[in-house]
Design a protein around this ligand. Structure first.
Ligand code: HEC
Length: 155
């Protein structure tokens, strides 16, 4: 009886660890692509969401850059907020489980940097600070694009 309990507890423990591994850490990734990037497999809906977000990132970056040139606090704040952490709340169900941990970390850090820009410019009114924050942000874009690729798979 005791032995059975130990076996059951071990079984549930291992299953939990495996589930955490697959849904939090690994994501749905395929063999590494030819140029060394990890391929993330997403359903059409999830890929559309991710790429829409990317194009919005680019618009935000362009608007923040223009805001720095125009010395326009409102333009910077508005553009940065658009790509801040709030966007994550709208992610489709199940999408997070498809993303490997490294991607999620970089993704969250990028949204945080946009929030940082939106929060600091109205307070500090310091455009060169925004400029260096933007530089940090662009490094994240480059790092992630070097490491990952998206591939649409059937549901
Ligand atoms: C966490 C990872 C990650 C970060 C951070 C990231 N991207 Fe991406 N982005 C990707 C991946 C993956 C793709 C798909 C590339 C592919 O499949 O070849 C992509 C695609 C894009 C595309 C193409 C969209 C389309 O419709 O095909 C644009 C534009 C883009 N990213 C802009 C940006 C900008 C600007 C930033 C920084 C502010 C950024 N991305 C940050 C992972 C990231």
């Amino acid at each position: 009886m005791k032995k059975l309990l130990v076996i059951l507890v071990t079984f549930f423990f291992l299953t939990t660890i495996m589930l955490i591994y697959f849904f939090v850490f690994k994501g749905k990734v395929a063999a590494t692509a030819d140029n060394g990037r990890v391929v993330i497999e997403l359903t059409q809906g999830n890929a559309d969401f991710a790429l829409d977000e990317m194009r919005a990132f680019l618009v935000s970056v362009q608007q923040i850059n223009e805001g720095i040139l125009n010395k326009n606090i409102e333009q910077i704040e508005k553009a940065a907020k658009k790509s801040g952490g709030l966007v994550i709340d709208h992610a489709p169900k199940g999408m997070m489980a498809s993303l490997p941990i490294g991607f999620k970390k970089l993704g969250f850090a990028t949204h945080d940097l946009f929030d940082e820009i939106a929060d600091s410019i109205p307070v500090n009114k310091n455009f060169s600070q925004t400029h260096s924050q933007l530089g940090k942000l662009l490094n994240n874009c480059v790092t992630c694009h070097k490491a990952y690729r998206i591939q649409v798979v059937l549901e």
